[in-house]
Design a protein around this ligand. Structure first.
Ligand code: 16G
Ligand code: MG
Length: 561
């Protein structure tokens, strides 16, 4: 780093002093804190984004959001050149600069890192960062801090994409780096065309007339955030989609307060804006930055809901993709030995009933630790990798190889068997690869794919929900002195530290029918999480409680929730 660069950094950084007495951490998905203490962090992550852009010689994304957290929080995360999460190798650098106590220490850390990573400032290669933010009121001033950080790296420029969903920003970064059209308009057009393509290919027997469809709209809870707003814009240009958005950011409600995918999934109660009149209807919920999607059904005469979670969405998608692949496979056997490898990726939180269902379909199911970056990485190992967390984060990834194969097949069928079932299956899979966000899980595109698949199969949400019955489960969190003293292995299914704790957990678990239980340190809160599953709700509750007590005994005093 030359003198000029050093002095630019030394000049701007004193305007962004770090908060005192707080240890900041990039965590599972970026920094998240009370918005009032985040300016210095966002400024510093702006610097990181510019450096990452120089290093990768690509466009990088910087998103200001705290997802499903309360409105007074905010956060910042980075989208890498392929539209995925920031490389884990850069996370320690993010942590260290966020916590640098003064400008000199900050510049020292940057200098060191730049040298180690061999980031070259020569050649005037400009860094380019796309900026996005959700609807939080604190977003605007944090955006300014990000811009300051970016522009304190000489030659770096930022482009403000405005208020967007997290997946939109990831999509834009990926598209830019692939040399594709990358505006919000382009995003909507891609969704529109691929969604229409899937509707055009619905088997004749399942095509519904317009009157039937009018009675079959999907009701969407937008968490009082950006996702509902974008869905409203989209539904205006998409006449094939019948949707009623509730809880958009323009209403009176507060972001994520008693609404949104996280609330619905964790509490299993109706979000604000939904009531008894919605009983039996197909409802969906986004989280605050629209990268999570769950569906639900309103129970007659009750505030409880029947949750149709990420596992069920995954199962619906897996069935659909598997069916399409089987049509193509049969045709191709004689002269083409290629078989697309379809893989499913879940975490230990996936309901055991979903995993059994998927395995019974003959599918390959892999488990990874919690957090999109782990699932995404694993899904990339397949030709078509479908990943979902139960909480509604997920997408379907198509490899270059499978896309080329599908394009070839499409050409082949066009000349020998146009409009055959085989060609339709190929076209459907190509449409899915364009509809579903290839960068990261996306509630809006996920919703469109669910809607298209339900219309394709002619299924109601009730029928979909009956694919399998969830095993009763319970999640608890236990406050402990030091959550890092729990170390897990085998995709968080085994606690290897503290010594002896897993044996104690196992001794409880075996007492319960269909018992399954694991503990893990949260990546976003200072707690140990407990997950338990068993044949009845009482048993799941009892197992979770007894394991929470074990955690408390092993890890010192705390309280269970
Ligand atoms: C973050 C993760 C999510 C994970 C959750 C777990 C992303 C984009 N988000 O929200 O995947 O399920 O953290 O939280 O990776 P926990 O570690 O507090 O249980
Ligand atoms: Mg989110």
């Amino acid at each position: 780093m030359n003198e000029e660069q050093r002095s630019v950094l030394l000049k701007s950084s004193p305007n962004f002093p770090p908060p005192k007495g707080v240890r900041l951490s990039y965590g599972t998905a970026g920094f998240r804190e009370d918005a009032t203490i985040l300016k210095s962090t966002v400024y510093r992550i702006g610097i990181l984004a510019a450096l990452r852009s120089i290093k990768t010689q690509s466009v990088i994304g910087l998103m200001i959001t705290a997802s499903h957290n309360r409105v007074s929080d905010n956060g910042v995360k980075i989208a890498d050149p392929n539209g995925g999460m920031l490389s884990q190798f850069w996370e320690p650098f993010a942590d260290s600069i966020a916590n640098a106590s003064d400008p000199h220490q900050l510049v020292l850390l940057i200098d060191d890192f730049v040298r180690k990573e061999e980031i070259s400032f020569n050649g005037n290669r400009a860094a380019e960062v796309l900026l996005g933010r959700d609807t939080r009121p604190s977003g605007e001033s944090l955006l300014d801090a990000a811009k300051e950080g970016i522009s304190s790296i000489i030659g770096a420029v930022s482009h403000d994409m405005g208020i967007v969903t997290t997946p939109q920003l990831h999509w834009m970064v990926r598209a830019r780096n692939m040399g594709l059209k990358s505006t919000e308009h382009d995003y909507f057009q891609q969704l529109l065309q691929s969604y229409r393509c899937l509707l055009d290919l619905i088997p004749d027997g399942n095509k519904t007339n317009k009157t039937d469809r009018l009675n079959d709209k999907v009701l969407v809870d937008g968490a009082n955030g950006v996702g509902g707003d974008k869905l409203e814009i989209f539904s205006e240009i998409c006449d094939g989609l019948l949707v009623e958005v509730r809880n958009s950011s323009k209403g009176e409600g507060i972001l994520n307060e008693l609404v949104g995918a996280d609330f619905v999934q964790k509490e299993k109660v109706l979000p604000v804006g939904f009531g008894p009149n919605d009983a039996g209807k197909r409802c969906a919920s986004f989280d605050g930055d629209a990268d999570r999607l769950v569906y639900f059904l309103v129970q007659p005469g009750s505030s409880r809901i029947e949750l149709v979670d990420g596992d069920k969405i995954l199962s619906l998608f897996a069935l659909f993709i598997k069916d399409q692949l089987s049509v193509i496979k049969d045709e191709g056997k004689a002269h083409n030995s290629y078989q697309a490898r379809l893989g499913i990726v879940q975490t230990a939180y996936a309901n055991g009933a979903s995993t059994s269902f998927l395995k019974n379909l003959g599918l390959d199911v892999a488990l990874t630790p919690t957090g999109v970056k782990f699932l995404h990485e694993k899904a990339l190992e397949y030709d078509i990798g479908i990943y979902f967390e139960a909480n509604g984060h997920g997408t379907i990834l198509f490899s270059e190889t499978v896309l080329t194969w599908l394009e070839d097949k499409n050409r082949e069928y066009s000349s020998i068997s146009k409009d055959s079932e085989e060609q339709k299956a190929v076209s459907r899979l190509l449409a899915v690869s364009k509809l579903i966000n290839q960068a990261v899980g996306d509630a809006l595109s996920g919703l469109l794919l669910v809607e298209a698949v339900l219309r394709h199969t002619g299924w109601s949400i009730q029928k979909w929900n009956e694919l399998y019955t969830d095993l009763p489960s319970r999640q608890l969190k236990v406050k402990v002195v030091d959550r890092t003293s729990v170390v897990t292995a085998n995709a968080e299914t085994v606690a290897v530290q503290p010594a002896g704790i897993q044996d104690a957990i196992d001794a409880q678990t075996v007492k319960y029918r269909h018992g399954r239980c694991f503990i893990r340190p949260s990546g976003t809160e200072d707690v140990i999480r407990v997950y338990a599953e068993a044949a009845t709700q009482e048993e799941a509750d009892s197992l979770a409680n007894s394991v929470a007590k074990i955690v408390d005994q092993f890890l010192g005093s705390g309280s269970c929730h």
